[in-house]
Design a protein around this ligand. Structure first.
Ligand code: F6R
Length: 241
C-alpha cells in the first residue's frame, strides 16, 4: 500500500489527477468507481482542469459507490444528482456510461443485483475512488459488514446519518437505507484510491491502515489489496504511528 501524507486534499487532488490523466490517456475506456462526499471533490476539480486542457474522458465509464434508498434520482440530494453535478457534467463524461444504483427502484434488492452484474459486464472497475467514514465505513459498508460482501441494501448507522445530516434540512430526513457496492465488490477493483482529510477521520484512518483487518473497521480491508494508494492530510494522519 502506498500512503501519501499531504498538507491538504487539494494537494492530493493535484497529484492524483496527473496520475489519473496518464492512466486515461493510456486507456481511454478506463472504468472508474466514483465516491461522492467531500473527500474526492478536489480530485474531481483537478481532473476538470486536465479536461479543460484537452484530456478526453468521453469513453471513460463510471460506477457510483452507493445511493440512498427511497430518494428519487431527480432529487438534488440523491447521489445520482450529485454524480451528475460534480462528475459527469464537469468532466464531460458520456451520461450513458455513468451508472448509479437505482435507489428509487420498486425492488432495491434486485436493483443491487443488477448493479453488481453491470459492473461485471463492463469488465470490472479499473480505479475505485473512495472516502472513509468517521466510523471506518467504505462505501456505506458500516462496521460489521462482511469483508466479502457484494452490492446490496444496507442500513445506515446513526453516526453516518448524523455525519450526512449537513446535506438535509433536518436530521430526520436522512434516509435510513442505501444500496452500496460491497467490500468484496470494492476489493475486486484493480486499483484503490482512498482520500482522508480532517481530524474527524484520524481515528478511522489509524484503525484502517494500522489496526487489525476486521469488519469492525471495514476500511481495514484495504490492507489486503495488492494495489492501493491512500492520501491522508496532516490532520487525518495525527493518530498514525
Ligand atoms: C460516498 C461514500 C462514503 C463517503 C464517506 C466519507 O459515496 O460512499 O463512504 O466516502 O462517508 O464522506 P466525506 O468524504 O464526505 O467525508
Amino acid at each position: 500500500m502506498e500512503i501519501i501524507i499531504v498538507d491538504s486534499l487539494e494537494e492530493a487532488g493535484e497529484i492524483e489527477a496527473t496520475r489519473l490523466a496518464e492512466t486515461i490517456d493510456g486507456n481511454p475506456a478506463t472504468v472508474l468507481g466514483l465516491a461522492t462526499g467531500s473527500s474526492p471533490l478536489p480530485l474531481y476539480q483537478a481532473l476538470r482542469r486536465h479536461v479543460l486542457s484537452g484530456l478526453d474522458m468521453r469513453r471513460v465509464s463510471g460506477f457510483a459507490l452507493d445511493e440512498y434508498v427511497g430518494i428519487s434520482a431527480s432529487d438534488e440530494r440523491s447521489y445520482t444528482a450529485t454524480i451528475q453535478r460534480e462528475v459527469t457534467g464537469p468532466l464531460a463524461l458520456d451520461p450513458e456510461l455513468v451508472h448509479v444504483p437505482e435507489g428509487g427502484a420498486q425492488d432495491p434488492q434486485q436493483a443491487a443485483v443488477r448493479y453488481e452484474a453491470s459492473i461485471k459486464s463492463a469488465g470490472g472497475i479499473d480505479v475505485q475512488i473512495l472516502g472513509i467514514g468517521s466510523d471506518g465505513h467504505l462505501g456505506f459498508n458500516e462496521p460489521g459488514s462482511s469483508l466479502a460482501s457484494r452490492t446490496r441494501i444496507k442500513t445506515l448507522s446513526q453516526r453516518t446519518r448524523e455525519d450526512n445530516a449537513r446535506f438535509f434540512a433536518t436530521p430526520e430526513e436522512v434516509p435510513r437505507h442505501c444500496i452500496t457496492q460491497g467490500l468484496g465488490t470494492i476489493m475486486d477493483a484493480r486499483h484503490l484510491l482512498l482520500f482522508a482529510g480532517g481530524r474527524a477521520k484520524a481515528a478511522a484512518i489509524a484503525a484502517a491502515l494500522e489496526g487489525p483487518v476486521s469488519s469492525r473497521c471495514p476500511a481495514s480491508v484495504i490492507q489486503m489489496h495488492p494495489s492501493a494508494t491512500v492520501y491522508v492530510d496532516t490532520a487525518a494522519a495525527t493518530e498514525l504511528e
